[in-house]
Design a binder for this molecule. Structure first.
Ligand SMILES: CC(=O)SCCNC(=O)CCNC(=O)[C@H](O)C(C)(C)COP(=O)(O)OP(=O)(O)OC[C@H]1O[C@@H](n2cnc3c(N)ncnc32)[C@H](O)[C@@H]1OP(=O)(O)O
Ligand SMILES: O=C([O-])CC(=O)C(=O)O
Length: 375
């Protein structure tokens, strides 16, 4: 009997050319590029192209690719109608999951033998629509208008434009763009795995991304960025950090944004997000959140040997950009859709059904059936 790997720790489930996560070294690679080479230098659109096609684009390729993303921003009327009528107190991740599933209803292209071509178009389309879905729901739940999509803004700037109803500053758009780059892909993380499991049954790409959104939502995965800001708000002030963290540890509760299944050293995305968080806090003249975060990270390193992950400082970045807390995980989903869809295409290109085993720990076989009236 094979050994049980709880949580599939250490199991290599497939091969990918998209990204590599080196846990001992704290290195993240996108298709041959160390993330430190890309963060702040490549735009999100360049990184999406890299994930889809394996190389960074030249200017002409980038222009054509960006135009194809922008051309796919409009949502089907039925999805807009849903976003206008969805409960105003719904979790935006639930709304995104449902809207993504709905997109499948409006995709009438018959796939037949030409599935590859149609799925590339769908990958671009879903990646382009995710930010529109999240922003439209946020506006609609506040009773605000839904501004028409624009074709003159990049992905991150366009999301901020739709969310706030006004063109964002260059600095804000650049900050979010870097965050998108840092969140685009990450090896066989839980949500990507769930997308690949779904598509490997030869289901459709909308079902795969719907699975992935539901998986990212949980607080042990993408949902942790919202947990971080809730934690900071609950602690409230710097003088309460030590006692609060100690109490959580005594109660064996998890500190959100800390720890990682693969990284045994600092998550290489964290320093980029930390630097952006420090800059934004300085600009706002509000250093409290970053100082509290630094103290929490120090205590967790000293007490448990655990490091900050991508969710830890992204929370302060988004908070400082004035983004509502429950839109933090949706932002993660918007950026990660590029990775999810790229993985779906990769899985389809060399597919095999995922079907692991489980170790049976139920009663030994031999029980006799007893009719219900005699039980
Ligand atoms: C984008 C992302 O998905 S990044 C991860 C985002 N998630 C979080 O930030 C949530 C908080 N972190 C965690 O829950 C975990 O560190 C995970 C889920 C990320 C990784 O989990 P695993 O590799 O399965 O580690 P596991 O949960 O088994 O923890 C191992 C030990 O470290 C402890 N530990 C791990 N993370 C934390 C934490 N954040 N706070 C306190 N203790 C922790 C556990 O309590 C456990 O201790 P024990 O052996 O004394 O019981
Ligand atoms: O890789 C993981 O397990 C989680 C993670 O950091 C991510 O998905 O970005």
């Amino acid at each position: 009997m094979p050994v049980t790997a709880k949580g599939l720790e250490g199991i290599i489930a497939n091969s990918t050319r998209l990204s590599d996560v080196l846990g001992q070294e704290g290195v993240l690679i996108y298709s041959g590029y160390n993330i430190n080479e890309l963060a702040g230098k490549a735009t999100y659109e360049e990184v999406v192209y890299l994930l889809f096609y394996g190389e960074l684009p030249n200017q002409e390729e980038l222009d054509a690719f960006s135009a194809s993303l922008r051309a796919e921003r409009d949502l089907p009327e039925g999805v807009v109608a849903f976003l206008k009528t969805a409960p105003k107190d719904a979790n935006p991740m639930d709304v995104m999951r449902t809207a993504t599933s709905m997109l499948g209803l409006y995709d009438t292209e018959v796939t037949g033998d030409d599935r590859d071509k149609a799925d590339y178009r769908r990958a671009i389309s879903i990646t382009a629509k995710m930010g529109v879905i999240a922003a439209y729901y946020h506006r609609s739940r506040q009773g605000l208008d839904l501004p028409p999509v624009r074709k003159d803004l990049g992905e991150a700037a366009h999301f901020l434009y739709l969310l706030n109803g006004e063109t964002p500053s260059e600095d804000a758009a650049k900050t979010l763009d870097v965050a998108y780059v840092l969140h685009a892909d990450h090896g066989m993380n839980a949500s990507t795995f769930s997308a690949r499991v779904t598509i490997a049954t030869l289901s459709d790409i909308y079902s795969a991304i719907t699975s992935a959104i539901g998986t990212l939502k949980g607080p042990l995965h993408g949902g942790a960025n919202e947990g971080v800001i809730q934690m900071l708000l609950e602690i409230g002030s710097e003088d309460k950090v030590d006692a609060w963290v100690e109490e959580q540890l005594v109660q064996k509760k998890k500190i959100m944004g800390i720890g990682h299944r693969v990284y045994k050293v600092l998550d290489p995305r964290a320093p980029h997000l930390r630097a952006m968080a420090i800059k934004l806090c300085e600009q706002l003249g509000e250093g409290k959140w970053i100082r509290m975060s630094e103290r929490i990270a120090t205590i967790m390193k000293e007490r448990k040997g655990l490091n900050a992950n991508v969710d830890f400082y992204s929370a302060t970045v988004y908070y400082s950009l004035g983004i509502p807390t429950d839109m933090f995980t949706p932002i993660f989903a918007i950026a990660r859709t590029s990775g999810w869809t790229a993985h779906v295409l990769e899985q389809l290109a060399d597919n095999r059904l995922y079907r692991p085993l489980s170790e049976y720990v139920g009663p030994a076989v031999g029980k006799q059936f007893v009719p219900i009236e005699q039980r």
